[in-house]
Design a protein. Structure first.
Length: 226
Protein backbone atom coordinates (compact mmCIF):
# COMPACT_ATOMS: atom_id res chain seq x y z
CA UNK A 1 0.00 0.00 0.00
CA UNK A 2 1.21 3.49 -0.82
CA UNK A 3 -0.01 7.08 -0.87
CA UNK A 4 0.03 9.94 -3.36
CA UNK A 5 -0.46 13.52 -2.18
CA UNK A 6 -1.45 16.01 -4.87
CA UNK A 7 0.01 19.36 -3.84
CA UNK A 8 0.79 21.27 -7.03
CA UNK A 9 -1.93 23.93 -7.05
CA UNK A 10 -1.57 27.69 -6.67
CA UNK A 11 -4.01 28.14 -3.78
CA UNK A 12 -5.04 31.56 -5.04
CA UNK A 13 -8.19 31.75 -2.91
CA UNK A 14 -6.08 31.38 0.24
CA UNK A 15 -3.92 34.42 -0.44
CA UNK A 16 -2.13 36.19 1.17
CA UNK A 17 -1.24 33.05 3.15
CA UNK A 18 -0.07 31.38 -0.07
CA UNK A 19 1.94 34.29 -1.40
CA UNK A 20 5.18 32.60 -0.37
CA UNK A 21 4.28 28.93 0.14
CA UNK A 22 2.21 26.13 -1.36
CA UNK A 23 -1.30 25.77 0.03
CA UNK A 24 -0.47 22.46 1.69
CA UNK A 25 2.06 24.21 3.96
CA UNK A 26 -0.47 26.66 5.37
CA UNK A 27 -0.70 25.76 9.08
CA UNK A 28 -3.81 24.86 11.04
CA UNK A 29 -3.16 25.66 14.70
CA UNK A 30 0.55 25.67 13.93
CA UNK A 31 0.79 22.44 11.92
CA UNK A 32 1.02 22.52 8.10
CA UNK A 33 -1.82 20.54 6.56
CA UNK A 34 0.51 18.22 4.66
CA UNK A 35 2.53 17.41 7.78
CA UNK A 36 -0.66 16.35 9.55
CA UNK A 37 -1.39 14.07 6.61
CA UNK A 38 2.10 12.61 6.58
CA UNK A 39 2.05 11.92 10.30
CA UNK A 40 -1.28 10.11 10.03
CA UNK A 41 -0.16 8.07 7.02
CA UNK A 42 2.98 7.03 8.88
CA UNK A 43 0.95 6.11 11.97
CA UNK A 44 -1.15 3.83 9.74
CA UNK A 45 2.02 2.11 8.51
CA UNK A 46 2.11 3.77 5.09
CA UNK A 47 5.63 4.97 4.38
CA UNK A 48 5.76 4.74 0.57
CA UNK A 49 4.53 8.27 -0.10
CA UNK A 50 4.84 10.42 -3.22
CA UNK A 51 4.11 14.14 -3.18
CA UNK A 52 3.39 15.88 -6.49
CA UNK A 53 4.66 19.43 -6.19
CA UNK A 54 4.15 22.50 -8.36
CA UNK A 55 3.81 26.04 -7.06
CA UNK A 56 6.68 27.00 -4.68
CA UNK A 57 7.98 23.43 -5.04
CA UNK A 58 11.29 24.19 -3.31
CA UNK A 59 9.43 24.76 -0.03
CA UNK A 60 8.50 21.07 0.05
CA UNK A 61 12.03 19.70 -0.25
CA UNK A 62 12.45 19.37 3.54
CA UNK A 63 9.75 16.68 3.53
CA UNK A 64 12.20 14.29 1.88
CA UNK A 65 14.41 14.34 4.95
CA UNK A 66 11.76 14.70 7.61
CA UNK A 67 9.31 12.11 6.29
CA UNK A 68 11.20 10.19 3.60
CA UNK A 69 8.77 11.09 0.83
CA UNK A 70 9.45 11.10 -2.89
CA UNK A 71 8.68 14.33 -4.71
CA UNK A 72 7.66 14.52 -8.35
CA UNK A 73 7.44 18.02 -9.83
CA UNK A 74 4.54 19.05 -12.06
CA UNK A 75 5.96 21.85 -14.16
CA UNK A 76 2.54 22.56 -15.68
CA UNK A 77 0.84 23.28 -12.35
CA UNK A 78 -0.31 26.67 -13.64
CA UNK A 79 -1.88 25.24 -16.79
CA UNK A 80 -3.70 22.04 -15.86
CA UNK A 81 -5.86 20.73 -13.06
CA UNK A 82 -4.79 17.81 -10.91
CA UNK A 83 -5.48 15.13 -13.51
CA UNK A 84 -2.03 15.88 -14.89
CA UNK A 85 -0.44 15.47 -11.46
CA UNK A 86 -1.89 11.97 -11.20
CA UNK A 87 -0.82 11.24 -14.76
CA UNK A 88 2.79 11.97 -13.82
CA UNK A 89 2.76 9.34 -11.05
CA UNK A 90 0.31 6.90 -12.64
CA UNK A 91 2.78 4.01 -12.47
CA UNK A 92 2.61 4.25 -8.65
CA UNK A 93 -1.20 4.20 -8.61
CA UNK A 94 -2.62 0.90 -7.33
CA UNK A 95 -3.55 -0.14 -3.78
CA UNK A 96 -3.16 3.58 -3.11
CA UNK A 97 -4.46 6.39 -0.98
CA UNK A 98 -4.83 9.66 -2.85
CA UNK A 99 -4.92 12.82 -0.77
CA UNK A 100 -5.27 16.41 -1.88
CA UNK A 101 -2.71 18.52 -0.09
CA UNK A 102 -5.23 21.12 1.08
CA UNK A 103 -7.40 18.92 3.29
CA UNK A 104 -7.17 18.85 7.06
CA UNK A 105 -7.90 15.80 9.19
CA UNK A 106 -8.46 16.68 12.86
CA UNK A 107 -8.04 12.98 13.67
CA UNK A 108 -6.59 10.04 11.77
CA UNK A 109 -9.10 8.49 9.37
CA UNK A 110 -6.53 6.45 7.42
CA UNK A 111 -7.39 2.73 7.58
CA UNK A 112 -4.37 0.42 7.24
CA UNK A 113 -6.38 -2.72 6.42
CA UNK A 114 -8.73 -1.29 3.80
CA UNK A 115 -9.44 -3.34 0.66
CA UNK A 116 -12.49 -1.73 -0.99
CA UNK A 117 -12.13 1.41 -3.08
CA UNK A 118 -13.44 4.16 -0.85
CA UNK A 119 -14.15 7.85 -0.78
CA UNK A 120 -13.64 9.30 2.69
CA UNK A 121 -16.44 11.83 2.71
CA UNK A 122 -17.72 14.62 4.90
CA UNK A 123 -21.41 15.39 5.11
CA UNK A 124 -22.47 18.93 4.28
CA UNK A 125 -25.83 20.69 4.39
CA UNK A 126 -27.02 22.90 1.57
CA UNK A 127 -23.89 22.69 -0.53
CA UNK A 128 -23.54 24.28 -3.95
CA UNK A 129 -21.45 23.13 -6.90
CA UNK A 130 -19.91 20.18 -5.08
CA UNK A 131 -19.25 16.61 -6.20
CA UNK A 132 -22.07 14.86 -4.40
CA UNK A 133 -22.23 11.17 -3.50
CA UNK A 134 -25.42 9.13 -3.43
CA UNK A 135 -24.98 6.03 -1.28
CA UNK A 136 -27.14 3.01 -0.46
CA UNK A 137 -27.83 1.48 2.95
CA UNK A 138 -24.49 -0.36 2.83
CA UNK A 139 -22.63 2.91 2.06
CA UNK A 140 -21.92 1.75 -1.46
CA UNK A 141 -21.66 4.70 -3.84
CA UNK A 142 -24.42 4.46 -6.45
CA UNK A 143 -23.86 7.84 -8.09
CA UNK A 144 -21.28 10.61 -8.24
CA UNK A 145 -22.17 13.90 -9.87
CA UNK A 146 -21.53 17.63 -9.53
CA UNK A 147 -24.67 19.09 -7.97
CA UNK A 148 -26.32 21.24 -5.32
CA UNK A 149 -27.85 19.56 -2.29
CA UNK A 150 -27.14 18.05 1.11
CA UNK A 151 -25.26 14.91 2.04
CA UNK A 152 -21.86 13.38 1.39
CA UNK A 153 -19.39 15.16 -0.86
CA UNK A 154 -15.94 14.37 -2.23
CA UNK A 155 -13.57 15.61 0.45
CA UNK A 156 -10.08 15.05 -0.90
CA UNK A 157 -9.14 11.64 0.52
CA UNK A 158 -9.77 8.30 -1.16
CA UNK A 159 -8.39 4.78 -1.41
CA UNK A 160 -8.28 2.68 -4.60
CA UNK A 161 -7.59 -1.03 -4.80
CA UNK A 162 -5.44 -2.34 -7.61
CA UNK A 163 -8.34 -3.50 -9.78
CA UNK A 164 -10.13 -0.15 -9.80
CA UNK A 165 -6.89 1.83 -9.97
CA UNK A 166 -5.93 0.00 -13.17
CA UNK A 167 -9.16 1.16 -14.83
CA UNK A 168 -8.77 4.73 -13.59
CA UNK A 169 -5.13 4.86 -14.66
CA UNK A 170 -6.05 3.78 -18.18
CA UNK A 171 -8.77 6.44 -18.41
CA UNK A 172 -6.44 9.15 -17.07
CA UNK A 173 -3.88 8.18 -19.73
CA UNK A 174 -6.56 8.27 -22.41
CA UNK A 175 -7.80 11.70 -21.36
CA UNK A 176 -4.38 13.31 -21.01
CA UNK A 177 -2.94 11.81 -24.15
CA UNK A 178 -5.97 13.00 -26.13
CA UNK A 179 -4.79 16.55 -25.41
CA UNK A 180 -8.24 17.77 -24.34
CA UNK A 181 -7.94 17.67 -20.57
CA UNK A 182 -7.01 21.15 -19.35
CA UNK A 183 -10.32 21.64 -17.48
CA UNK A 184 -10.46 18.15 -15.96
CA UNK A 185 -9.73 16.88 -12.47
CA UNK A 186 -8.58 13.32 -11.85
CA UNK A 187 -11.96 12.57 -10.31
CA UNK A 188 -13.45 13.14 -13.76
CA UNK A 189 -11.93 9.79 -14.74
CA UNK A 190 -13.82 8.18 -11.85
CA UNK A 191 -16.98 10.02 -12.87
CA UNK A 192 -16.74 8.55 -16.36
CA UNK A 193 -16.07 5.03 -15.03
CA UNK A 194 -18.39 4.94 -12.03
CA UNK A 195 -20.62 2.20 -13.48
CA UNK A 196 -17.56 -0.06 -13.79
CA UNK A 197 -16.17 0.57 -10.30
CA UNK A 198 -17.27 -0.64 -6.89
CA UNK A 199 -16.79 2.31 -4.57
CA UNK A 200 -17.79 2.75 -0.95
CA UNK A 201 -18.25 5.84 1.20
CA UNK A 202 -16.52 6.14 4.57
CA UNK A 203 -18.14 8.98 6.55
CA UNK A 204 -15.48 10.99 8.33
CA UNK A 205 -14.54 14.47 9.46
CA UNK A 206 -12.40 16.19 6.84
CA UNK A 207 -12.08 19.89 6.12
CA UNK A 208 -11.08 21.32 2.77
CA UNK A 209 -9.73 24.82 3.25
CA UNK A 210 -10.23 27.26 0.38
CA UNK A 211 -10.29 30.72 1.95
CA UNK A 212 -8.79 32.57 4.91
CA UNK A 213 -12.22 32.98 6.62
CA UNK A 214 -12.76 29.20 6.32
CA UNK A 215 -9.37 28.56 7.88
CA UNK A 216 -9.97 30.94 10.79
CA UNK A 217 -13.44 29.49 11.39
CA UNK A 218 -11.97 25.98 11.51
CA UNK A 219 -9.26 27.02 13.95
CA UNK A 220 -11.88 28.62 16.20
CA UNK A 221 -13.95 25.42 16.09
CA UNK A 222 -10.95 23.21 16.88
CA UNK A 223 -9.94 25.42 19.81
CA UNK A 224 -13.49 25.30 21.15
CA UNK A 225 -13.51 21.51 21.00
CA UNK A 226 -10.24 21.11 22.89
Amino acid sequence: MNAIILAAGLGTRLRPLTNDRPKCLVPILGTPMIEQQLRFLTEAGITDITVVSGYCADHLEYLKTRYGVKIVHNEYYNEYNNIYSLYLVREDFGDTYILEGDVYMPSNCILPDISQSTYFAASKDHYEREWGLTVDSDHRVVEIRPQNGSGYILSGISYWNSEDATKIRARVEELVESGDFSSLFWDDAVLQLQDELEIYCQPTQIYEIDTVPELRALEALLLKER
